[in-house]
Design a protein around this ligand. Structure first.
Ligand SMILES: Cc1cc2nc3c(=O)[nH]c(=O)nc-3n(C[C@H](O)[C@H](O)[C@H](O)COP(=O)(O)O)c2cc1C
Length: 347
């Protein structure tokens, strides 16, 4: 695999004091043998867990539409050694670099992986890969999370694609303390907005097999994505890398003292150490449950921007409340940067 001589410089994100700077590499490759793909990924996971932790590499592997998308972060020497091993691995063909930069670590664990359930063909994914390669050739890079999203979970709404930056959309996460109410709300939104529902199956270092569903739609001219994730999903390195870009996480509490406390603990774990965190919304069956979770959260330094009672299955009311908050959230940030941005004031 041909790596550029040097990675793109640190993006214009404000570096935090003492933060480690690593090389961040993403490549896309065509899978040699699609049959038994999950078993293949498990074998790759075994190798990665043998090598990655001791050399400081954190990586994540996604299979979708006949392609592997592999994102690795770590010290220069280790990333280059891994790139050399990957170049001769016969489980894939012609790995193409789609992102290479220096910057803070995004991935918080040595391994995570996901299987996308998209029905599109390999050629369509190939077009997106080539588009990213063309952007790189012009010196335009996107955040690693944005590259992964553009390849595996692209915003497909035609209205969004006509906007100057189709990645500028709000993301709202949903997670429930028990049951499937987060997934139910995504299902409801999908019928309400007549929008397709997508799914991604995610696994971590061992076990942790779970699915995450999402739906895209336009709210007042601006695209929006709502994602339901499971409690387990919040532990994955890959999922946590995306959390800083979510505008809100709506926590759907159940009224069960233990389960609700577990969800607060989990959110505390998943947001800890991230460069920025989404605003938290708490919904619970009654005021007593809300007070309980608010004080448990406060003890951990977490604050709820919204805390309101909610009746399970009243999806319309729940969405109306989230939607109101989104109305006040303004327009989201862009995800790209130029290695050497043309100076607009230059003659
Ligand atoms: C798409 C893809 C991603 C991989 N990711 C990693 C990785 O993150 N870490 C790793 O050590 N090996 C990874 N591998 C496997 C390596 O190519 C290589 O087979 C392995 O590191 C050799 O380990 P071994 O000598 O212990 O068998 C990956 C392979 C493929 C096809």
């Amino acid at each position: 695999m041909q790596l550029p001589d040097r990675p793109a410089p640190i993006p214009p994100e404000t570096p935090r004091t003492g933060e480690e700077t690593v090389e961040r590499l993403i490549f896309a490759s065509v899978v040699a043998q699609r049959q038994g793909i999950y078993a293949t990924m498990e074998t790759i996971r075994d190798a990665a867990l043998r090598h990655n932790p001791s050399v400081g590499i954190h990586s994540t592997l996604i299979y979708q539409s006949g392609w592997f998308i592999h994102w690795a972060e770590g010290p220069r020497v280790a990333v280059r050694a891994l790139a050399d091993r990957l170049a001769t691995d016969r489980r894939h063909r012609a790995p193409l670099v789609v992102h290479y930069s220096l910057g803070p670590r995004n991935l918080t664990s040595p391994w995570s992986m996901a299987l996308g359930s998209s029905s599109e063909g390999a050629a369509e994914m190939g077009r997106r890969v080539m588009h990213l390669r063309a952007c790189m050739a012009e010196g335009l890079q996107f955040r690693p999370t944005s590259v992964i999203r553009r390849l595996t979970m692209p915003m497909r709404l035609p209205q969004a694609l006509r906007l100057p930056d189709p990645e500028k959309f709000h993301r709202v996460g949903l997670v429930a303390a028990t049951g499937a109410s987060a997934y139910d709300l995504v299902g409801w939104l999908s019928s309400y907005f007549k929008a397709e529902r997508y799914s991604l199956r995610v696994a971590g270092e061992r076990g942790l097999d779970t699915a995450s569903d999402y739906v895209d739609f336009l709210r007042q001219e601006l695209p929006c994505r709502v994602l339901a994730v499971s409690r387990v999903d919040l532990r994955h390195g890959m999922r946590r890398a995306f959390l800083p870009e979510w505008r809100f996480i709506a926590l759907l509490f159940s009224g069960s003292i233990n389960k609700d406390a577990e969800l607060v603990d989990l959110i505390d774990f998943s947001l800890r150490g991230l460069p920025s965190a989404p605003q938290l919304m708490a919904f619970a069956p009654d005021e007593a449950a809300l007070e309980r979770v608010a004080s448990h959260a406060a003890a951990k330094g977490l604050r709820f921007a919204v805390a309101e009672p909610w009746r399970e299955r009243d999806h319309a009311a729940l969405w109306a409340r989230i939607d109101r908050e989104l109305g006040e959230a303004g327009v989201p940030d862009s995800s790209g940067w130029y290695e050497s941005r043309p100076d607009p004031t230059a003659p």
